[in-house]
Design a protein around this ligand. Structure first.
Ligand code: ZN
Length: 219
């Protein structure tokens, strides 16, 4: 039996699109929420809009431009270079407080629309080192949200312990590998599908896909 209603934090990228399909199988009703924080490539939001429309999913787009005002970063500013962090440093794409704010606002939205579940594609194993993608952070925020609103939200993180190859495998199991490959945007340079091939996000995505496809061929 399918569980109740869920809100999906949805960026239009590989991970959250895979989560959207994952949630579609599990919940009676789902709604998606996309945060507009002045991403360099508004194409990301266009991808999200098109996917939600095509799947007939109610889609909320929330203005979070204050995040960019507070913390300018490589995802929103052309003049900040996308770089991996050095030893012990966070990459320049890290936006302090991003998932704290996004998941909190998703919680407010969930309380308004009567959803108990909040689904997010954060992942501890993607090597980004973002502290707000870790399981312990999500669990802690889950408790905080419930205490703050006297609710019993469940934050679902289906990708938490998967690497990129396993995330592709999940998309394949859900029957949407090609859809995710062709319709999502992960690239920091704003190139849809397989991307620019040069940026850290493209390299990670491609490495995972190659790994999964060669594993599939071999098995
Ligand atoms: Zn790229």
């Amino acid at each position: 039996m399918k569980q109740e209603k869920a809100i999906i934090v949805f960026s239009g990228g590989q991970d959250s699109t895979t989560c959207l399909f994952w949630a579609k199988e599990r919940f009676k009703e789902i709604e998606a929420v996309t945060f507009d924080y002045g991403q360099r490539h508004s194409l990301e939001i266009e991808c999200a809009k098109e996917i939600a429309k095509e799947l007939g999913i109610k889609h909320h787009i929330l203005d979070m431009s204050l995040l960019n005002q507070l913390a300018p970063n490589a995802l929103t500013r052309d003049d900040i270079v996308v770089e991996d962090g050095g030893e012990g440093e966070l990459p320049s794409t890290f936006v302090p407080g991003r998932n704290l704010l996004f998941l909190s606002f998703a919680g407010v939205l969930a309380s308004q629309v009567g959803a108990r579940h909040i689904v997010t594609g954060v992942c501890e194993t993607d090597f980004s080192g973002y502290p707000d993608c870790r399981d312990i952070f999500v669990k802690s925020l889950n408790v905080t949200l419930n205490l703050s609103m006297d609710t019993s939200f469940v934050i679902d993180t289906p990708l938490m312990w998967l690497n990129k190859a396993q995330t592709w495998e999940l998309a394949d199991q859900l029957g949407v590998l090609e859809f995710v490959r062709e319709r999502t945007l992960t690239c920091y340079n704003g190139v849809i599908a397989d991307g620019c091939g040069e940026c850290p996000a493209c390299k990670l995505r491609k490495r995972g896909l190659d790994e999964y496809l060669s594993f599939k061929k071999g098995s």
